[in-house]
Design a protein around this ligand. Structure first.
Ligand code: HMH
Length: 206
């Protein structure tokens, strides 16, 4: 029997995928109806998320099979650069990066911690899902209203798309059939966490 490529997951869970990648927040970034205050509050939460993701990824790198090391190490370095980028933005826009995590950020952090000890195939598929949702979501928001265009461009680069594709290959290479149910569960948990993360950005707007 043939193995199911992780790339087929979005189509198998089309409704949840659509909710996570075509959220109202992304539409609001595209049409400019989200306020700068709400966007900036979300950005500060995303900085915290990226720190949590780097911790998760470092741990995954430490236990990943030989062939997945390069993509994970490259991605970890990109996250380090991303944190620097956020810090420069924060300095320019006077954002407080020490704001406490909001519930959606804290819940996502707990999910990542739960995946710390998950089967490598499950953790790698989860990482791919995290990045693929982000890429698809920002591609949906493209080109973005003038105020947000630089952000949308930053998260939709060909390099980022190539990284997501490399992660998919790595996840497929380690995927095993017995782990499949756990892969589906982790995938759905990531979609839920991503949807909640977008929703958080609109909380103050309501
Ligand atoms: C919520 N998902 C979220 N934030 C991010 N920065 C990424 C994924 C991609 O790293």
């Amino acid at each position: 029997m043939s193995r199911t490529p992780v790339g087929g997951l979005p189509l198998r869970h089309a409704a949840a995928w659509s909710h996570a990648t075509r959220h109202a927040f992304l539409e609001a970034v595209r049409d400019g109806t989200v306020t700068e205050t709400a966007f900036e509050a979300w950005l500060v939460q995303d900085y915290r998320f990226v720190s949590d993701l780097l911790a998760f990824q470092g741990r995954l790198l430490a236990r990943a099979p030989r062939r997945a090391q390069a993509v994970l190490a490259g991605g970890a370095m990109a996250l380090v650069d991303e944190l620097t980028w956020f810090e420069e933005l924060a300095a320019a826009h006077k954002l407080d990066l020490t704001e406490p995590p909001r519930p959606a950020t804290a819940a996502y952090s707990v999910l990542l911690e739960r995946l710390y000890d998950a089967d490598v195939a499950v953790a790698l598929t989860a990482l791919w899902a995290i990045e693929r949702v982000y890429l698809d979501a920002w591609s949906f928001a493209a080109p973005g209203a003038p105020a947000y265009r630089v952000f949308v461009a930053h998260w939709t680069t060909p390099q980022f798309a190539a990284y997501v594709s490399d992660l998919e290959q790595a996840a497929d290479a380690v995927a095993t059939r017995p782990a499949a149910p756990h892969v589906e569960t982790a995938f759905m948990a990531i979609l839920d966490a991503e949807s909640r993360f977008w929703a958080m950005a609109l909380e103050d707007e309501a």
